[in-house]
Structures are given as structure tokens and as C-alpha cells.
Design a protein around this ligand. Structure first.
Ligand code: URA
Length: 229
């Protein structure tokens, strides 16, 4: 990558200021002053600005308890976004791992690591997501079975993939799905003639939302949790 791009990524300097810093001889690569902003930086190069060794920031992995009312987008003209819940210095390069609707609460992952994000969201990896929901009407065992076997969603040509449905009470169920189609859970319940009134995600793969975490709180994932995916 170009030297000015590298500098603008790992320091507070904007691209233009990075070019000027280099042209003034403030930057060394492996101990040699490099004044050209288009110099190609290689992996393993020791790059210093004003004799301070720079390091490419390591990837960030975060778990957020999403509250209702926040949209999963980097910007929105009308609503607060989930990135508003994290300190702005973390938010810059963070990508949202899958989307939850504005009114959905629960476990949301954010990361700077595009490959990790892809491993979780790629349909090929069939990563399970568990949702708990309150329904408008009591649901029958037959309809739970239909949800498990696969239902045809409006506008789709294939039924949903096998899922796991567990009853908690008449109108309160868990549904674990391996896909992530647009509004999938709400559309699945609509397909069996019901309506989701409240939706909360509490698991993604082997990762669960912390029981003591309040809506709006976030934390960094441990190395072990990052390695789940
Ligand atoms: N399915 C939905 O319908 N909404 C969500 O937010 C997540 C899954």
C-alpha cells in the first residue's frame, strides 16, 4: 500500500498532511528517510514518524446489546444508529455483522475484520441465530412444526431452511434459523398467519448475549470468542 495511505490509517494525519510530513523528511522506512508519498510499503516494514515506530491497528471485535430504536446502518438521517452507542474512535472502521431491525433488540456483533464478518454471514457457513419472540396470537404445535420444516416466504422461490422452534408459552417462543433473509423471522411468522410483537436475538452460533448486559452496553470479544467463527 502507498505510504501516505498507511500514514493516514495509523496516525491522526489526513492523507494530504501525511504527504507533507513525508516530503519534510519526518518519515523513515527501515531506518531510511522516505519523502515520496507513493512509496510502496511492504508487510514487515518498520515505519517511523518523527522517530516513533508506527503499528497497523489490530482488528476490533465487539458485542453490543442492541436496544430498540437504533438502526443497523453507518448513517441515518432520521434515527440513531448502533454505531452511536460505541465511542467514536472505535466506530470509524467498524462494520455491522448482519442486520437487526430498528425494533429488534439483542445480540449484535461489530468488527473491523471483513473475513470474520463474512464467515458469520455467508449462507455457506449456515451460522445459527436464535431469536426469542412474543407473538400476537397463541401458536399451535402444528405451526411450530411448519416453521421447523420450512415455510414459503412472500416473494421467495425456495422455502426457508430447516429451523428449530421451542415453545416457552402460548405466545412466547424461541426460533433458531441458519439463514439471514430480510425480515426473515417476521416473515416466517407471517407465513403461518401470526405476527411478531417483540423480537430479541440472544445467540449467534456458540456465542450468547451476556445475561447481565443492559441494552445499549457493549464489550470487546475475548480471543476465544473471536475464534468461534
Ligand atoms: N428477522 C427479522 O424479522 N428481524 C430481525 O431484526 C432479525 C431477524
Amino acid at each position: 500500500m502507498r505510504l501516505d495511505f498507511y500514514l493516514s490509517h495509523v496516525t491522526d494525519l489526513a492523507r494530504k498532511a501525511a504527504k507533507i510530513a513525508a516530503s519534510k523528511g519526518r518519515v523513515t522506512v527501515n531506518g531510511v528517510v522516505v519523502k515520496k508519498a507513493n512509496y510502496t510499503v511492504q508487510e514487515g516494514d518498520q515505519i517511523c514518524l518523527d522517530d516513533v515506530l508506527l503499528a497497523w491497528p489490530s482488528e476490533g471485535y465487539y458485542l453490543l446489546h442492541k436496544p430498540a430504536g437504533y438502526v443497523c446502518a453507518t448513517q441515518d438521517p432520521d434515527h440513531p444508529t448502533v454505531l452511536d452507542l460505541l465511542p467514536s474512535h472505535l466506530g470509524q472502521d467498524l462494520k455491522i455483522v448482519g442486520r437487526l431491525d430498528k425494533d429488534t433488540t439483542g445480540l449484535l456483533l461489530l468488527t473491523t475484520d471483513g473475513q470474520w464478518l463474512h464467515r458469520i454471514t455467508s449462507p455457506r457457513n449456515a451460522c445459527n441465530k436464535r431469536y426469542r419472540m412474543m407473538l400476537a396470537d397463541p401458536i399451535s404445535d402444528a405451526d411450530l412444526k411448519r416453521l421447523e420444516d420450512g415455510v414459503m416466504l412472500n416473494g421467495e422461490s425456495q422455502p426457508t431452511l430447516p429451523a428449530v422452534a421451542q415453545r416457552i408459552s402460548d405466545c412466547d417462543i424461541y426460533l433458531t434459523i441458519q439463514e439471514g433473509k430480510y425480515h426473515q423471522v417476521k416473515r416466517m411468522l407471517a407465513a403461518v398467519g401470526n405476527k411478531v410483537e417483540e423480537l430479541h436475538r440472544d445467540q449467534i452460533g456458540p456465542l450468547s448475549l451476556d445475561a447481565d448486559m443492559q441494552a445499549g452496553e457493549f464489550r470487546e470479544l475475548t480471543e476465544e470468542e473471536v475464534a468461534y467463527f
